[in-house]
Design a protein around this ligand. Structure first.
Ligand code: CTP
Ligand code: CA
Length: 223
């Protein structure tokens, strides 16, 4: 281990990380989106790159610098994020940290919508593609697929259901009613097919380090 905390444990491993929100346009001046600072995803990308991984950070709009030795691909919509992820395949692992908008406006007005005496417009929404489920369930899938889950209630139950429904290997579930968005701390349940671990509250960078150590251990066992 060098003085910079760098190792070569993940050299030769390509890892896709999604991070940040997606934004879904309504018209040229408006969009719908989710809360997401991108901090957790960027911390994970940074920790993996420090272990030598070839990190492809597919990022929605955030105001964070690109971590050293990380290849960043900027996207805006969920559909663009999905396409950018598929372009990075084949990959050894994929870690979906992005807060993807579940829905997008069915049609995008190419002119600014104006207020009118008829009252506010009605938005018709379509469901966006599920990037984590796509990466988990495709034929030439990354060996290790990891998701996050943001829940406000029944954390364990919803997280276990979500891991099975999506088909991902690991899921990190956090209670978003406890931790304000944009904060530097996080607390998760770590779910695998082996069971569930309750990780203590820690800095997002410490969580990133702990997760990347688990990734290293996974690939060491794989050989
Ligand atoms: N995710 C994704 N693509 C989507 C929606 C979610 O890749 N269209 C990923 C997120 O990056 C996260 C995981 O799926 O890793 C869980 O996201 P979450 O919003 O908690 O789950 P959903 O399946 O969207 O369920 P819901 O929002 O209804 O709880
Ligand atoms: Ca969602």
């Amino acid at each position: 281990r060098s003085s910079l905390g760098k190792t070569t444990d993940l050299v030769g491993r390509r890892i896709i990380v999604t991070a940040g929100p997606t934004v879904e346009p309504i018209d040229p001046v408006r969009f719908i989106s989710n809360h997401s600072s991108g901090l957790q995803g960027y911390a994970i990308a940074s920790a993996l790159a420090a272990k030598g991984a070839d990190v492809r950070l597919v990022s929605g709009p955030v105001s964070l610098p690109t971590p050293p030795s990380v290849q960043r691909i900027n996207v805006r919509t969920a559909e663009d994020m999905k396409a950018a992820c598929l372009e990075q395949l084949p990959a050894d692992a994929a870690i979906c940290v992005a807060a993807v908008s579940d829905w997008r406006p069915e049609s995008v007005s190419n002119r600014k919508m104006k207020k009118s005496a008829d009252g506010p417009p009605t938005l018709i929404l379509r469901e966006n593609p599920d990037i984590l489920a796509t990466l988990s369930q495709m034929k030439e899938r990354p060996t290790l697929v990891i998701g996050f889950a943001a829940e406000t209630d029944d954390l364990r139950k919803h997280a276990e259901q979500k891991r099975r429904r999506k088909g991902c290997d690991w899921l990190l579930a956090n209670d978003v009613s406890k931790h304000r968005f944009g904060g530097h701390r996080n607390q998760v349940l770590f779910l695998t097919e082996m069971g569930t671990e309750d990780w203590p509250e820690m800095d997002k960078s410490a969580l990133a380090e702990r997760l990347s150590e688990q990734v290293v251990a996974f690939f060491q066992k794989q050989g």
